[in-house]
Ligand binder design. Structure first.
Ligand SMILES: Nc1ncnc2c1ncn2[C@@H]1O[C@H](COP(=O)(O)OP(=O)(O)OP(=O)(O)O)[C@@H](O)[C@H]1O
Length: 203
């Protein structure tokens, strides 16, 4: 589903990771590890096609969804309205089980602007159940989540997404309890004299 070969990625025109290769088959997850600033976000953005690679190849069979730190939730809409909006964007409907999966039943009629950070995160992550993409590229998905919510999200990934033949590449500093293999990016840190590239400024 995903094949990455000898990828070199850059930020602000400076290569940060060099020669990264990895692959994911349907039903598989891989956790990206490495210290702050090693280039996990840059790698995910490059694989998602949001910025060009300096070198190497990315092949994706099917469609990918990239989820960044942003929740993508509109404050002036309720939780249910937010999810209905995203469902309509992707041509589907919101099932009751999605509210259960992300512990949103009691919050469905609350204005999203009144949610706590973790509740907002759960609502943002629930969008992943609506997009119908086979490959999820997840950048620190559990930021703000308590232990119970992390477990809920891991269960969603395992039982809904991976069990349904999806795949996931996840940058995270915590243990999601997924039993997924890990790739430490530290050995792929680009040498200071690595060939440069360009990218667009982004937040
Ligand atoms: N706009 C920018 N221009 C130049 N360099 C940048 C820019 N934004 C980030 N960087 C640098 O690029 C490198 C890779 O950053 P990236 O966000 O990919 O790391 P990360 O592994 O995701 O970090 P974290 O674990 O802190 O989220 C870092 O050294 C960072 O300081």
């Amino acid at each position: 589903m995903l094949s990455v070969r000898e990828l070199t990625v850059a930020r602000g025109g400076v290569p940060v990771l060099d020669g990264v290769s990895l692959s994911l088959a349907p039903g598989e997850a891989l956790v990206l590890r490495g210290p702050n600033g090693i280039g996990k976000t840059t790698l995910l953005r490059t694989i998602a096609g949001l910025q060009p690679a300096v070198a190497g190849e990315v092949e994706i069979a099917g469609e990918a969804a990239y989820a960044s730190h942003a929740d993508g939730i509109k404050a002036q809409l309720t939780v249910a309205e937010n999810l209905a909006f995203w469902a309509s964007v992707h041509g589907g409907t919101v099932s009751d089980s999605l509210f259960e999966d992300f512990d949103l039943i009691e919050l469905r009629d609350r204005l999203a602007g009144t949610l706590s950070a973790g509740q907002k995160r759960r609502a943002g992550l629930a969008r992943l159940g609506l997009v119908g993409r086979q490959l999820l590229l997840l950048d620190e998905p559990t930021v703000s989540l308590d232990r119970q919510s992390v477990a809920l999200f891991a269960r969603f990934l395992k039982e809904r997404h991976l069990a349904g033949g999806g795949a996931a590449l996840i940058a995270t500093h915590i243990d999601l309890g997924l039993d997924a293999p890990e790739l430490d990016l530290t050995p792929f840190a680009a040498k200071p004299d690595a060939a440069g590239g360009t990218d667009e400024a982004f937040l």
